[in-house]
Design a protein around this ligand. Structure first.
Ligand code: SF4
Length: 376
């Protein structure tokens, strides 16, 4: 029997034909699952129970949702499923960083990265970086994901599924302290799904993460940044600047032609952030491109008056690209100029370099090869 899987529509509960659509409950919000149950003639609280089973307890087997009546579970098993990701491949780097490669229902691949942070008391703080698109349309010159081009948007379910599946792979009793939307793709180019994913991750009866433990990283799609902060207040925002003038930025971050620095920074100044929130500015340092003392002084000038911190990321190399990683002394000097100007600036040591899990290194090699082949 061929099953048709839908992520949106509820089934027709009166239809007993074998070709009945199977509804994937993963990715649905609480209200949608409630509606799904109401259509089945079940009370609304059944929907809340299912929501909690999926997101709080991570259950994927409808039959194990033990507080649902058996008859309803049997009916559910015929009409619905909870889609699940299994890692196609897990790579572990020398520093403990792990990269999960997930195969989606349509065969596309995306990656998530888990980063352990050892604490002085011997415990570990875990962070997870998740993807929001297959590939990316932004075309940043220093980023391997950009070489795949844009393939497709991830649904909210597929974004959250990365978290749920990676949560299953944590050691017993551990949890993710932070989740960053910083993997493959530009999250604001997939705004609706990114907002829905944040809502699923922060729902108190679901995953229940505090919004301040989530961070969305963007190349700076100014109008959508404002919309995102209005929709899901409290979530951290990281804006990738990577240059301190429009000419340089336009060469390495093509969206700058549409949303130049002035527009991005004006938006940042006017974001309705809470008192304790500050924006993170990301700056990939490329030798001879954007790493001069003059660049640092310009950057300090641009950020004056914005409550922020700056993360400096010496570029993570990959083959066939002509950029170079700056010398440590150059990076140190850049940071010194920023801190002397009163900015909090940090040099972020890349994690997972040996397994190509660091920032800007996530990509499906087959897609890159396909694209290169089409061009030649
Ligand atoms: S750096 Fe981010 S926005 Fe730019 S191409 Fe890579 S994934 Fe896309």
């Amino acid at each position: 029997m061929e099953l048709m899987v839908s992520t949106k529509n509820s089934p027709d509960w009166r239809d007993d034909s074998p070709a009945q659509e199977i509804t994937d409950l993963k990715g649905m919000g609480e209200e949608e699952i409630i509606e799904f149950c109401l259509e089945a003639g079940e009370p609304a609280y059944r929907g809340r129970q299912i929501f909690s089973w999926i997101y709080a307890k991570g259950e994927t087997d409808l039959d194990r949702m033990s507080d649902l009546p058996r008859a309803f579970r049997e009916e559910l098993a015929r009409r619905a499923r909870v889609g699940w990701l299994e890692p196609e491949k897990v790579e572990k780097g020398a520093d403990g960083t792990e990269k999960f490669l997930w195969r989606l229902g349509d065969g596309n691949l995306v990656e998530s990265v888990r980063v352990p942070m050892p604490l002085p008391d011997g415990k570990t703080r875990w962070s997870l970086c998740i993807s929001t698109q297959v590939g990316c349309a932004m075309g940043c010159a220093f980023c391997l994901t950009a070489k795949m081009g844009f393939v497709r948007q991830l649904s909210a379910g597929e974004i959250v599924e990365q978290f749920l599946a990676a949560r299953r792979l944590l050691p017993e009793g551990e949890r993710y302290h932070n989740v960053v939307f910083m993997g493959m793709g530009e999250p604001l180019d997939n705004l609706e799904a990114s907002v829905a994913a944040v809502r699923l991750l922060t729902h108190p009866k679901g995953v229940g993460m505090s919004p301040r433990r989530l961070t969305l990283s963007t190349v700076g799609i100014a109008p959508k940044l404002l919309e995102f902060v209005r929709e899901v207040p409290g979530v951290g925002v990281a804006v990738s600047l990577h240059a301190a003038d429009d000419v340089t930025r336009g060469k390495i971050v093509p969206p700058n032609r549409k949303w130049p620095l002035n527009e991005i920074l004006t938006t940042c100044r006017n974001l309705p952030l809470s008192e304790r929130q500050r924006i993170t500015f990301e700056y990939v340092l490329l030798s001879g491109v954007n790493d001069s003392p003059e660049d640092a002084r310009k950057l300090a000038g641009l950020l004056r008056g914005i409550r922020c911190k700056v993360n400096l990321l010496p570029w993570n190399p990959f083959p066939d690209v002509s950029f170079e990683r700056p010398a440590d002394s150059r990076v140190g000097e850049f940071r010194r100029i920023l801190t002397q100007s009163g900015l909090d600036a940090f040099v972020r040591q890349s994690k997972g370099l040996d397994i190509r899990a660091a920032c800007g290194q996530l990509a499906d090699d087959d897609k890159i090869a396909d694209r290169a082949g089409r061009r030649s």
